[in-house]
Design a protein around this ligand. Structure first.
Ligand SMILES: Cc1cc2nc3c(=O)[nH]c(=O)nc-3n(C[C@H](O)[C@H](O)[C@H](O)COP(=O)(O)OP(=O)(O)OC[C@H]3O[C@@H](n4cnc5c(N)ncnc54)[C@H](O)[C@@H]3O)c2cc1C
Length: 320
């Protein structure tokens, strides 16, 4: 093996709640984890303000502050936290090979994938402006719906997730206006029926979002255009929710790992195991259902325990 190739017992890819939790457990099991942060150190939560639903923070905490705490706890047990982007992997042999920034090659006994997923937004400048300001744009109704209690909100999307999120919001908000680009839902009939039968959800079909309106600080409404009639309507709202899907950050694994049609890594049910021995997955990279920090952290724990047990079993086999 060349001097430039590093050997690592447990490599963790990603620095969100899943990656850091895996690191805490792996480090305390003496696996000397190395964790690469990627281009979003701290993960998705660093893009939000208040987190009020993570247990242990009775007064809430901002996302960036919470992720600093996760990092500190992982480093307390000597996790080697590094900057770097994993650009390539080769999981074809016994030793799993990983390349960082296209140059550094690492040979790993175990790999824990915690690369998360990215919420899709429409990409309108006004949407991005209020998203960055934390002024009323969100891609997570379960995370942020609570902040809009008793208010009027707009949600865009026509799939199952959009229906589920609209229904969730309807229980908190005074009114939910759902913008669906086509004349029909993509969602299943049962999900469509659920939103259609909810009194405070209004559905606008053939409707595009033209602009998110605001006062420079917070959202005040949404400008819509009917793509059949051309009619423009401004809908008053204090919140704008994008529910048009997520993209899991798993493309680099596509030649080796089983993934579903959207790209979520498929794990062996009830475990963090993938179809490759010694490669484990945690967090949103494998979760299209819950997508919460606490579930990501939970599966990060599972991945570290599965990795530790895999190594222990391997050592017994080698000694026997
Ligand atoms: C705006 C917003 C608000 C939210 N609010 C809440 C909330 O209040 N409560 C809650 O429970 N959940 C909330 N969520 C959801 C929560 O953030 C996610 O469920 C959680 O962060 C997923 O954790 P994860 O560790 O799986 O991945 P992420 O947090 O997505 O982290 C992924 C990590 O992987 C790294 N990475 C990706 N690819 C590579 C690569 N090739 N090489 C190296 N590193 C890589 C990234 O840099 C990042 O560090 C919110 C999400 C958003 C977008």
């Amino acid at each position: 093996m060349s001097d430039t190739i590093e050997r690592v017992k447990c490599l963790i890819i990603g620095s969100g709640p899943a990656g850091y939790t895996a690191a805490i457990y792996a480090a305390r099991a003496n696996m000397k984890p190395v964790l690469y942060q990627g281009i979003e150190p701290g993960g998705q939560l660093t893009t939000t303000t208040e987190v009020e639903n993570y247990p242990g923070y009775p007064d809430g905490i901002t996302g960036p502050e919470m992720m600093i705490e996760f990092r500190k706890q992982a480093e307390r047990f000597d996790t080697d936290v590094r900057d770097g982007w994993v650009t390539k992997v080769d999981f074809s042999g016994d030793v799993h090979k990983v390349w960082v920034n296209d140059t550094k090659e690492i040979h790993c006994d175990t790999v824990i994938i915690s690369t998360g997923a990215s919420a899709k937004y429409l990409g309108l400048p006004s949407e991005q402006k209020y998203l960055k300001l934390g002024g009323g744009v969100s891609a997570c109704a379960i995370c942020d719906g609570f902040f809009y209690r008793g208010q009027e909100v707009v949600i865009v999307g026509g799939g199952d997730s959009a229906c589920e999120e609209a229904h969730y919001l309807s229980k908190l908000c005074k009114k939910v206006t759902m913008l669906v680009r086509r004349d029909a839902f993509r969602a299943s009939k049962i999900m469509e029926a659920r939103v259609r039968n909810t009194e405070n959800i209004e559905i606008l079909h053939n409707t595009n979002t033209e602009e998110v309106l605001g006062d420079g600080q917070v959202v005040t409404g949404v400008r819509t255009k009917n793509n059949v009639t051309g009619e423009i309507i401004d809908i008053p709202a204090t919140g704008f929710f994008a529910a048009i899907g997520h993209k899991p950050n798993t493309d680099i694994f596509k030649d080796y790992l089983d993934r579903d049609d959207t790209g979520y890594i498929i794990n062996v049910s009830g475990t963090s195991k993938t179809n490759i021995e010694g490669v484990f997955v945690s967090g949103d990279a494998a979760d299209h259902v819950y997508r919460q920090a606490v579930t990501a952290a939970g599966t990060g724990c599972m991945a570290a325990l599965d990795a530790e047990r895999y190594l222990a079993a391997k050592e017994v086999t080698v000694k026997a």
